[in-house]
Write a protein that binds this ligand. Structure first.
Ligand code: UDP
Length: 265
């Protein structure tokens, strides 16, 4: 904020934006299921109208444009780990569809602008990411479990806890973004995530152990269309960007726990 060349603008990407830029990172869209399902029509608009508006801005300014797509384009995957050429298994009418199909349509738009207008695109499929600066009410699993553990409250496992996720520490992810934007002649889509795969129950047990919490595990209903397994194949990112995550889950969790403790959670 102290840098005189830095300017912050508050703008809704579902409306056109007229500014001068060299590069665009389009990260607009809530990513927590609780938040994106709160106003699903607006979620689809954010991804689809937002993509059109940001791509038009890239076209006008000749800017390179980055799209934060998601592992959710794979839906509840039948291929494991997920490679970029897997086309996914998404329920188009379920409660997650506003996010999954919105992001899939955004990918379509990015590749059509690239083919039709030569727009310089970089499309990343982000897998579960966590770290300091998450909102305490984010609603996703890592922040929920840490806050519950710090308060010695019940840890809410949805389903039997045997579903898996792969958790990437935020600094590793950002490093991948920047490397990708600095690389010429690759469009993606490219998976970025940590291939270390854990069940949700394992995550809960780790959080309890790292916080020294007295919390107990409780089992609630599994949300509709909750994917059973998720793990990125990152061979493409390794070979093209020479990138792989460096932060192990235990180390990233320790920093994130400290962050929430400092917030007074
Ligand atoms: N989950 C859970 N308890 C919570 C929040 C999430 O068991 O308090 C589960 C959720 O059902 C899913 C996984 O943890 O299987 C990851 O959920 P999250 O909302 O973090 O992201 P997703 O990968 O589903 O988009």
């Amino acid at each position: 904020m102290d840098n005189p060349k830095f300017e912050v603008m508050r703008h809704d990407v579902t409306f056109p934006l007229y500014v001068e830029v060299d590069e665009i990172y389009n990260l607009a869209c809530p990513a927590s299921p609780v938040h994106y399902q709160h106003d699903p029509v607006q979620t689809t608009k954010t991804s689809v109208h937002g993509a059109i508006n940001m791509l038009d801005l890239a076209r006008r300014t000749n800017a390179r444009i980055f799209q934060s797509s998601t592992s959710e384009v794979y839906g509840d995957p039948e291929v494991h780990p997920q490679t970029e050429d897997y086309r996914g298994s998404v329920n188009p009418i379920g409660p997650r569809a506003c996010y999954d199909e919105g992001k899939r349509c955004a990918e379509t738009l990015f590749f059509d602008y690239h083919r039709q207008y030569g727009t310089d695109i970089r499309v990343v499929r982000i897998f579960n990411t966590y770290g300091p600066n998450m909102h305490p009410n984010d609603g996703r699993v890592v922040s929920n479990f840490i806050i519950q553990a710090l308060k010695d409250e019940d840890i809410t496992i949805y389903g039997d806890g045997l579903q898996t996720r792969s958790f990437c520490y935020v600094d590793d992810l950002i490093d991948g973004f920047i490397r990708f934007m600095e690389t010429d002649d690759v469009t993606g889509p490219m998976n970025l995530g940590n291939p270390g795969e854990f069940t949700i129950k394992e995550l809960a047990e780790k959080v309890i152990q790292l916080t020294g919490s007295k919390s107990k595990l409780v089992y609630n209903d599994l949300p509709t269309d909750d994917p059973m397994q998720r793990c990125p194949d990152i061979s493409l990112a390794k070979s093209v960007l020479n990138w792989e995550p460096k932060v192990q889950l235990d180390d990233g969790l320790k920093v994130t726990i400290q962050y929430f403790q400092d917030l007074g959670c």
